[in-house]
Write a protein of this length. Structure first.
Length: 323
């Protein structure tokens, strides 16, 4: 063996030993989970339950830090630019990974190439709701009126290009109707106007509206799930009503900076999957109408790529103009 070959061999051996040592020792210090949304949202619950579980299993401190702005782009970009060592993680949503790239002209990072998928955590199914005094008792009745009077019915969202906007935009395209979009600066104000009857329709996570539905302030029109929800067996799915495939939900998970060692990603994935198998924690998620969603990193990447392509196609086909 020549001197050069021997040196290359020793370097490769050294790198392999370092990676092995990293996997064995990780984590040995504080882990930060960046939540790129404001405090108090459902993302806080998901992040804090995850942080508590990792802390318990590893005996290392795990802190949750809210860094909100630009629909999740600011905090996620911080993680994309962090050292790829597994000590700075992002609580991501599918909107950040698959919708924002088509809405924001310059995110200053590429979620597909600058982040390493770690694990999905929960899925939050969406339901379509109207105000309690609305004349529509299910989505089919609303669609009939929308076809007779294009643009006469309105829907609210938390802003142009948000999941709340694009979910209904996709519904309108799939059912061949025209609805008036009313963007708000946040979902709370839109929900208030929905309850008051100033707008006709919204697509929201069931956990967000369940109390308003039970309090007879909002009315369920359909679920945006593949099959009927177990807790709402009498409520039809959008797919049943329009006769074509339709699903809309928000899912949340963990991502790390690109080039984070596979061994570290694997260890974090194992921890998340253990958490979702814990009956106490999975039970807490379910009581908040979140569905535990365990996946392997490669499955998560495939899911992101599929959703990215689906939203890209919708925006192109409908010629949606991005301000």
């Amino acid at each position: 063996m020549t001197t050069l070959r021997r040196s290359l061999y020793l370097c490769l051996l050294f790198l392999g030993l370092c990676k092995g040592a990293l996997a064995q020792d990780y984590p040995d210090r504080l882990i930060r989970i960046i939540v790129p949304f404001p405090p108090g949202a459902v993302t806080d619950v998901v992040a804090r339950l995850t942080a508590d579980f990792i802390r318990t299993k590893t005996n290392q401190n795990v802190v949750v830090i809210n860094t909100a702005g630009a629909a999740g782009n600011i905090g996620t970009r911080e993680v994309a630019n962090a050292a790829p060592d597994g000590y700075t993680l992002a609580l991501i949503a599918n909107s950040i990974m698959a919708i924002n790239p088509h809405v924001y002209k310059d995110m200053k990072f590429n979620p597909l190439s600058d982040l390493e998928p770690v694990a999905t955590i929960v899925d939050v199914p969406a339901v379509l709701v109207t105000n309690a005094n609305s004349p529509y008792n299910d989505l089919s009745e609303l669609i009939k009126v929308a076809r007779l009077k294009p643009g006469s019915l309105s829907y609210g969202s938390s802003g142009f290009g948000s999941p709340l906007h694009l979910g209904i935009h996709r519904l309108a395209h799939a059912s061949q109707i025209e609805l008036l979009h009313v963007p708000y600066t946040g979902a709370a104000q839109a929900i208030q106007d929905l309850v008051a009857g100033r707008i006709d329709l919204m697509a929201l996570g069931y956990g967000t509206v369940v109390e308003l539905v039970n309090g007879r302030k909002l009315k369920l029109l359909a679920t945006a799930t593949k099959t009927r929800l177990a807790e709402l067996p009498e409520v039809k799915t959008v797919e049943e009503i329009i006769g074509s495939p339709f699903e809309h939900s928000a899912w949340f998970g963990l991502a790390a900076p690109k080039a984070t060692p596979a061994s570290v990603v694997g260890k974090l994935n194992d921890l998340v999957r253990q958490m979702l198998l814990d009956p106490t924690i999975s039970g807490r998620f379910r009581t908040m109408h979140m569905v535990p969603m365990p996946t392997q990193p490669q499955e998560m990447r495939k899911l992101i790529e599929q959703e990215y392509g689906r939203w890209e196609d919708l925006i192109r086909v409908t010629k949606l103009r991005i301000p």
